[in-house]
Design a protein around this ligand. Structure first.
Ligand code: AMP
Length: 192
């Protein structure tokens, strides 16, 4: 089963992806986690993307598309994958379509975690306050707000892209973690 989780920063994509990973024995692929690992290891790629990430901007499409293309061929994705944080714009969604076609794979479901904008901004400010000085240099107020601006400008159109293809399912991301999990499971049952 191949799934995409869409939603703004702070919507709980990471938490839900981890649950899906266990439930369905499919692999969570978070481009953010992979890029952070490259930064932490100080690789050439990490050096290229560090400043961009710290600002809350998107790294170039070809960089993330190459990472995903390589990663979904790995043995741990044989059962399927959950893309978390990718695609972030329509160009990446188109590149993903081409890539999956070439590999003879497809998407089963695109699940969007719907979040109220005002509540989201509030959550983001709380997250910035709680995590200040923490492990993520992009969890300060400016970077989080920039990530949100990029989300509205570039990632929101990705939902329409998948809606047009009949793949998009929206779940209320404001509910508690258990309820959101259950809703996602219901969506996936219907898609099966
Ligand atoms: P995330 O952990 O998904 O919030 O991603 C953290 C940061 O990594 C983002 O703010 C971007 O700088 C970068 N990033 C993650 N995924 C992508 C992507 N699909 N395209 C471009 N940049 C990305």
């Amino acid at each position: 089963m191949n799934i995409i989780l869409l939603g703004p920063p702070g919507a709980g994509k990471g938490t839900q992806a981890e649950r899906l990973e266990k439930r369905y024995a499919i692999k969570q692929l978070s481009t953010g986690d992979m890029l952070r690992a490259a930064v932490a290891e100080g690789t050439e790629l990490g050096k290229q993307v560090e400043a961009i990430m710290a600002r809350g901007d998107l790294v170039p499409d070809h960089v993330v598309v190459a990472i995903v293309a390589e990663r979904i061929d790995a043995a741990d994705c044989a059962n399927g994958f959950i893309l978390d944080g990718f695609p972030r714009n329509v160009g990446q969604a188109e590149a993903l379509d081409r890539m999956l076609k070439e590999k003879g794979k497809g998407l089963d479901s695109v699940i969007e975690l719907g979040v109220d904008e005002a509540i989201l901004i509030d959550r983001i400010d709380k997250r910035a306050a709680e995590t200040a000085g923490g492990p993520r240099p992009d969890d300060n107020v400016e970077a989080l707000r920039q990530r949100l601006a990029v989300y509205f400008e570039q990632t929101v159109p990705v939902s329409a892209y998948y809606r047009d293809r009949g793949l998009l399912r929206t779940v209320d991301g404001m509910a508690d973690i258990e309820t959101v999990s259950r809703e996602i499971e219901n969506v996936l049952k219907r898609a099966a």
